[in-house]
Design a protein around this ligand. Structure first.
Ligand code: ADE
Length: 249
């Protein structure tokens, strides 16, 4: 899969995309990441890419022409079919479900803004999809773009092993259960005994219960869409009435 990033700060991607799993995925040819400097598409000799907002207000707004022309020239005929994302705190929430859809495509473009925003005509002319990575405001879209690439890339077959993918938070619609490794006792805290028992079925039950408990406590909003048995739904109802038992932690 190929990612095309359009940015004013190409250096922002050193680190997030040049280490660890994402580096290996590029070395192995599973993903390709091309970073395009929007300023190269500026039309004037000062290489300006932003201007004052019509209607007044604080800060500068990124102009449409350099971005639209950079994206059109780079994507060429692919522009009709390639999803174009525009990270923004005013976008719809970027979710694991959207990441799964995007991982099915072979090319993804991401436009990163700075300053107070981007001329609305960029979104409108390119049919871009504005996405937010959470209810907070960052200084720009570059870190969000790196996060989106990380989330999508690891869903591409071969980037990480399938078993880790199947087990983790959000795949089942629930948060992940707690994990432990050696030492068995640390500062008077023991690993839960059941994990040492070797009873696979009981361990699975315990993990499921912990996932439910955590989700109920930390992200009850996820429960509406989670795949739960009727017994689990009843248990959650009881927890809601009596409070979630924290399992002694
Ligand atoms: N740019 C600034 N804040 C952002 C957010 N929360 N999500 C995506 N892009 C952003």
């Amino acid at each position: 899969m190929r990612f095309d990033i359009f940015t004013l700060f190409p250096g922002a991607y050193e680190g997030p995309l040049t280490e660890s799993i994402i580096k290996r995925a590029q070395d192995d040819g599973l993903i390709e990441i091309a970073i395009h400097d929007i300023r190269e598409w500026s039309r004037d000799r000062h290489r300006s890419v932003d201007d004052y907002p019509y209607g007044g207000g604080a800060g500068m707004v990124m102009m449409a022409p350099p971005i639209v022309e950079a994206v059109e020239a780079t994507l060429g005929d692919d522009i009709e079919r390639v999803p174009i994302l525009l990270p923004s705190p005013s976008g719809a929430l970027f979710t694991q479900a959207l990441a799964r859809d995007l991982a099915q495509t072979d090319r993804l473009a991401i436009i990163c803004g700075r300053y107070e925003g981007i001329d609305q005509r960029v979104t409108d002319l390119l049919g871009a999809r504005e996405v937010s990575i959470g209810d907070f405001v960052m200084t720009g879209g570059d870190l969000a773009a790196a996060i989106i690439i990380d989330v999508v890339a690891r869903l591409i077959p071969g980037v990480i092993d399938d078993e880790s993918l199947a087990m983790e938070s959000h795949t089942s619609g629930l948060l992940e259960y707690p994990q432990y490794t050696r030492p068995q006792r640390y500062r008077d805290r023991e690993v839960p005994e059941i994990l040492l028992s070797g009873h696979h079925a009981r361990i699975e039950n315990w993990r499921r219960e912990e996932s439910l408990r955590r989700t109920c406590e930390r992200r009850p909003d996820l429960l509406d869409h989670a795949n739960l048995t009727s017994a689990e739904r009843e248990r959650i109802e009881r927890w809601r009435e009596t409070g979630v038992d924290d399992g002694g932690r």
